[in-house]
Every structure is written in structure tokens, then in C-alpha cells.
Design a protein around this ligand. Sequence first.
Ligand code: 3PG
Length: 400
Amino acid sequence: LPSILRADVRGKRVLVRADLNVPVENGRVTDTTRIDRFAAGMRPLLARGARLVILTHFGRPKRSEMNPAYSVDKLRPALSRALGVDVRFSDVCADNSAVILSNALRDGEALLCENLRYNEGETDNDPAFAAELAKLGDIYVNDAFSCAHRAHASTDALARLLPAYAGPLLIEEIDALSAALEAPQKPAVAIVGGAKVSSKIAVLKNLVRKLDHVIIGGGMANTFLFASGAAMGRSLHEADQVETVREIEALARVHGCCLHLPRDVVVAREFKAHAAHEVVPADACPQDAMILDAGPEAEAKFAAVLEGCRTILWNGPLGAFEMQPFDAATVTLAQKAAALTRAGRAVSVAGGGDTVAALNAAGVAQDFTYVSTAGGAFLEWLEGRELPGIAALHAAECAA
Ligand code: 3PG
């Protein structure tokens, strides 16, 4: 992909699609990771005289309702701090007044435009709305890998209207994820957790084709255990996914991928932190109990699998990680993956909202080789799907 870092940006209005969709509580940003990682890539452009016009969505406001709760103005202090310039604000993103503000920028200055999703044309991928956006810049940059799974006006139609480039964070994400999935150092393992098999069928099918091992945890493991005839008690599982499980198991056999399930599990009678719990064999959950984590034998087995691998891909927690002590398997495995990475023995790549929260809670996110800023886009990438935002950049490159 053509990198904006190689383009001449001095004096140009660089219209950049960012993903500043960050967690906010009581009007304040509670996690600036996406802002900071975006800003780190943009500072060199500002230093080279770019005039940044920043587009982002924030949340999912109802169509054609400009609910002020979704205004991106509240992101400005954190964005200004991270970019090292006083970011200006346009309370619209497609209008003459926004164009006037973009034309008033001087070299090294930045303008943030109001939430793209206040306009129906954004999610509709409306070419007329994209044409309005195009008036705000001389060149277009997509730096929002985490929105690349959306074919929206700012990620798709707009890329065809201006000279189009990939931003530094988008390139960094693609390089890291490709290294882990398309050309991994072998043996390679994926840890896939989370609640439902049904939400990750395509992910599992793609991973068993490409990797040597897949460790399955969380509620998804319960569905695999159920399919093999295990007693589930009150455990979360999807009884209608037995056929899917069989398909995934068959595919894994064909491709020589080892699927790993817990042999023992931690069960409790209440779904709450510090509930009384016990360890039982994975096929024997008592009738009145539910599985909330993988057991110690499973932890040791999973850790041994990681030990033998050179690439570790992670999506989804292994248990009810938000409640102690049911975070134990997730924390132990996260620490193991981090230690192997620190020792230079493995490349580790993680993504997905819950996964990153779990790695942060385990205090090891910074030790991973790469932690993606993407949630949905990371999953679609793991499915092996073409992401519309990336496809649009490729198409623009071919047309140029
Ligand atoms: C995300 O938070 O994963 C991205 O910002 C995409 O948001 P969306 O799922 O509302 O499109």
C-alpha cells in the first residue's frame, strides 16, 4: 500500500480517516490508546508541514439524530495533547464552513471534524457525501485499520476521489497481523476464547487451516465439550452448534491442526466474583454448577503448547476473566505468552476489545509483540476476509 510517510505533504490538506472511537465515561476519555497510537503516526507529518484534517466516527448515534452525547469535541483535549498542537474543531464534517476551516489551516496545524455518523451518508457509503468530504482535503489517508471492515463513505467511496494513501498505524497493523497469520514462524498457535462458537465459526475455520495448534477456551470450549458428550450443568453453551463443532474438528484433522480443549475446569454455583468454586474433570460439570474457567491441568497443558510455538495469536479470554478468581487461566497464559515474547522465543499478537482488557488486567499487554487497536476488524481479518477499507486503498493504487 502507498504510505503517506513517503508522500510530499508540506502545505497540503491531508484528510485523514482516524478511529478515535475511544471509551468515554462522564464526558472524559478513559482509555487514550487509540488516540495515542494514531497521534504517534501523525506527528511526523505535522513536523513535515502537513495540514491535518481529521475525520472519525464516535459510537453509533441513531440515524439522522445529532445527539450531543456523540459529539467528538470531547476528544479534543486528549488529541491536542497527543499531537502536540492545539487542535481546532469544526462542528460539521461536510459543509462550506468545514471547507473554510480546512482552508484556513497553516502548515503543521490540525482540525478535527464532528462525528461522521451524524450524517446518514457515512454509513450508507453515499458517493455524494464522500464528494462533500473530499472538499476538505488535497490528499486522503486511511489510518483506521479498526474501521477497515466497514464499507462507509470515509473508508470506501472517499478513497476513489482523492490521491489515496495508507496511514502509519494502518500499515503497522497490517504488517503485524500478516506476520502472525499469513507467514507465521512455525509452529504457530492461536488462543481463541470468548462466549460463543457461533460468533467465531469463520475465524476457527480459517485458523485451523493455517496454524498448527488452536487452543479453545471460554464459553466456546463448553460447546466443544458438549458436542463430545460432556455433562454441562448450567454452563453457557450452544446446543445448536454441535454440527459446526464437528465441521471444525474435521477441518482441523484434514489440515493437521491440533485442537486443544480443557481437560479440567473450574466450576461455581453462582456467577459472581469470589463465588465458592471447585475443579472438576471437563466432562463432569455438576448439574447445579457452571464452568467459569479452565482448570490447572488445562493451564499447564496450554502453557506447554505455547512453550513449543514461535508464533502466538490471541483473541478472546479463556474464562470469566472479569471476575476473580475466574481470570486465572487467562492471566497465567497471558503471562506465559509475555514471558516467551520477552525471551525472544515467540512473536505474540493479540486483538479484540475483551482480549486487550484481559491482557491489561494481567499487566502484560506491553510485553506482547503487537496489540491491535481493532475489535471487529481484527476478527474479520482472522476470518481471512478482504476488508473493504483496505480493498479501497488497493483499488485506488491500481487506478493511480
Ligand atoms: C471499533 O470500535 O471496533 C471501531 O471503531 C468500529 O466501530 P463500529 O463497530 O461501530 O463500526
